[in-house]
Ligand binder design. Sequence first.
Ligand code: L34
Length: 292
Amino acid sequence: MQLINGKALSETIQEELREQVVQILAKGKRAPHLAAVLVGENPASAAYVRNKIKACERCGFKSTLIKRPAEISETELLQLIDDMNNDNLLDGYIVQLPLPAHISEEKVTLAIDPAKDVDGFHPYNVGLMTIGKPQYLPATPFGILMMLERYGIETSGKHCVVVGRSNIVGTPMSVLMSRNTKVGNATVTLVHSRTRDLKEETLRADILIVAIGKANFLTADMVKEGAVVIDVGINSIPDANTKSGQRLVGDVDFELVAPKCSFITPVPGGVGPMTVTGLLMNTLKAYELYSK
Ligand code: L34
């Protein structure tokens, strides 16, 4: 069993990004600039956004954190988005999800200029990805592709089972793994809450990508010997032995699943840091494509 170290790989790729920024600055140009909008006080969202801002600093990107109270109106948020769309010195931005219930995530996503949509969530970018002409890949699937590539994990002809059909992970992941690309060419099965015999499907997987949001959902009896397991879940569970009284776990019962795997990602330190790195890659691409 080999651990896929997302944290270390992130550091390597972020170092490469930093070198590219050094080259940009040496030409007398400005640094790439990412903004992140954080609405409300969700501690998990705050932690993720903090990691994004810290990564920008490490790579020499300019970053702007825009905090707004949970009570912000939809109109005010849409106005902020309009301002960011018109800011020529801002290459890309994200609006961290989830948003408070009174704000339509769909309206917000549609308001983002696709050129600045470094999350890759706008339907225009989803469409480009789906037809194999991607502009920005959604950061988590992008991060997973980079992991598979850099760890030399063969995907062509393999049976990939994706667990979960969210717009930001499961659905795009299933599309990307089936495309005719370097990391791709897999035969993909997408399973979800209505799948009749989930275990029968997961047991057939050479590559299992689990993004369902339930702690310890994937147990050892659901995994084929030698499978590659990518754990996208990030769940906080009570743990009396930690200072905070909580601990992060994925969707995979890591203890018992890991011994069966050829490769497995840990939580934390697996997919999460790669999501952050995917976002930075997209921001540099936005800069290269559209900065004047
Ligand atoms: N708009 N909303 C938007 N874009 C995104 O790409 C996200 N996502 C998901 C939630 N909402 C979003 C993230 O940023 C999930 N996500 C995310 C990003 C980073 C990390 C986890 C999830 C991460 O850094 N995880 C660390 C541990 C973090 C901690 O200590 O709490 C890890 O090692 O897994």
